[in-house]
Design a protein around this ligand. Structure first.
Ligand SMILES: Cc1cc2nc3c(=O)[nH]c(=O)nc-3n(C[C@H](O)[C@H](O)[C@H](O)COP(=O)(O)OP(=O)(O)OC[C@H]3O[C@@H](n4cnc5c(N)ncnc54)[C@H](O)[C@@H]3O)c2cc1C
Length: 423
């Protein structure tokens, strides 16, 4: 372990920050440890916030970190050369090692000149969900803008509360870019079966209402009455505070394979590592192209590797964690492994709408890069093993087995029939 490390500061006191701090202590780091977090809350879990709009019983355990907490405090500046961090109350913190885990913020309405009426929400943290829940309690109808995972989950939760829900999506199908057209269409059907009105290929062009929202207009000219709107337009990495720090900011903090933050000239800053949603790093599944992931497991896995890199800078280990993601929607379990969004070909192996099951695998240049299942969790194991083996071998995914070798044919493993298109 580096003997020079006596002061470690973690900026961003949520999942990745907490896990990085825990990993430092687990590895024997006994110096000073400070966690700076903009939210006033101790670290908590975000996935339940959109699934059942739950805000209770979410705390993440801190397992006796012996840490100094600076909560409700935002980092506003970093001098990476002098190793000094500035907080929003003017205080400065010196560090030997810095862990950046500031995650991401919900993307707001793209036009800053539009004044949004009260009743338009975004969702990233506990306070957002609390405010949304309260508004939904007094509402009859809601428009969710963006049918990605978060938008879909919020729509499902609002529908389960008995509200009229319209889900608006610019693409042809929900999640089309992330999971492909057919799988997206399948998820769209789940929404429709639950009684959600799905309006794809359209965007919201105007919000109406004075004091409170009364409705929206869509790009096809249709008007929709709504008491509440939720913007689910994706997330933006929280890097504003790093402007002028000398770090390479590129839709995230650009890191090398060992999660060391890079300078704008591409050289690593030995004393600064990053983990979680804020990171953009070269992933072997993407042929070394930098990727950023908003996945729970990625934040946890990266936190451990980033802590290891900080403690042993002379032996940096590459992070090659296999991405995995889950979502629970209308009572079905959606699970994915790898990076389906990179695929140029989707093979749907099984698709059963009434039986609520689906299995699809994702190829890029003929090589496996991901898989997704609905209510078929166990089927992911084979894909995971193949992707894992390819990553461990240090080969491009799928190469060890030959292009797409060993992949199931596009036939239902249950009936042997060709998988049908969605009706
Ligand atoms: C509603 C919701 C549902 C989700 N559901 C799933 C799911 O089902 N499955 C899944 O795999 N993933 C899910 N995710 C994603 C998962 O929660 C994230 O990947 C994870 O929270 C990332 O952790 P993080 O610590 O990197 O970032 P965050 O959890 O975003 O934490 C970053 C923290 O840093 C703080 N911060 C930001 N800037 C500053 C600053 N300048 N100074 C101090 N503090 C700062 C923020 O306030 C925040 O507390 C969901 C996310 C959300 C929001």
């Amino acid at each position: 372990m580096s003997r020079d490390l006596r002061e470690v500061v973690v900026v961003g006191a949520s999942l990745a920050g907490l896990r990085a701090a825990g990993a430092l202590r687990d590895a024997g780091y006994d110096g000073r440890l400070t966690l700076v977090g903009e939210e006033v809350h101790l670290p908590y879990d975000r996935p339940p916030l959109s699934k059942a709009l739950r805000v209770d019983d979410l705390p993440l355990p801190d397992d006796g970190l012996r840490a100094e907490w600076r909560l409700g405090r935002r980092a506003v500046g970093l001098d990476s050369r002098r190793r000094v961090l500035t907080l929003d109350d003017g205080h400065t913190l010196r560090y030997d090692g810095l862990v950046i885990t500031t995650g991401a913020a919900a993307r707001g309405w793209p036009d800053p000149h539009v004044t949004l009426p009260a009743g338009v929400f975004t969702l990233r943290g506990k306070d957002d969900t609390e405010a949304l829940r309260e508004a939904l309690g007094a509402a009859r109808s809601v428009v969710v803008v963006g049918a990605g995972f978060l938008g879909g989950e919020v729509a499902a939760a609002a529908r389960a509360l008995g509200l009229e829900v319209t889900l608006v999506e610019a693409a042809g199908q929900p999640l089309e870019r992330a999971v492909g057209e057919r799988v997206g269409a399948y998820i769209g059907r789940l929404h429709q079966e639950a009684g959600i009105t799905l309006r794809t290929g359209r965007t919201v062009t105007a919000f109406h209402g004075g004091e409170r929202l009364t409705g929206v207009t869509l790009s096809d000219g249709t008007g929709i009455a709504a008491d509440v709107a939720v913007l689910a337009l994706g997330a933006v990495p929280a890097t504003g505070w790093l402007e002028g720090s000398g770090l390479w900011l590129d839709d995230g903090v650009r890191c090398d394979a060992a999660l060391r933050a890079l300078r704008t000239d591409g050289s690593p800053v030995g004393s600064v590592v990053a983990a979680g949603d804020v990171v953009r790093w070269p992933h072997p599944l993407a042929d070394g192209e930098p990727v950023a992931l908003g996945h729970w497991t990625n934040a946890v896995d990266q936190a451990v590797v980033a802590a290891g890199t900080l403690l042993a800078p002379e032996r940096p280990l590459p992070f090659d964690g296999l991405p995995s993601f889950w979502s629970d929607l209308h009572g079905v379990k959606i699970r994915s492994v790898g990076l389906p969004g990179l695929a140029d070909e989707v093979r749907v192996i099984e698709l059963d709408l009434p039986g609520r099951t689906l299995e699809a695998c994702y190829l890029r240049k003929g090589r496996l890069v991901g898989a997704l299942t609905v209510n078929r969790v166990r089927r992911l194991a084979g894909y995971r093993a193949q992707l894992r083996a390819d990553l461990s071998a240090g080969l491009p995914a799928g190469l060890s087995a030959g292009p797409s070798a060993g992949l199931p044919a596009e036939r239902s493993p249950l009936t042997g029939d060709a998988v049908p298109a969605l009706p």
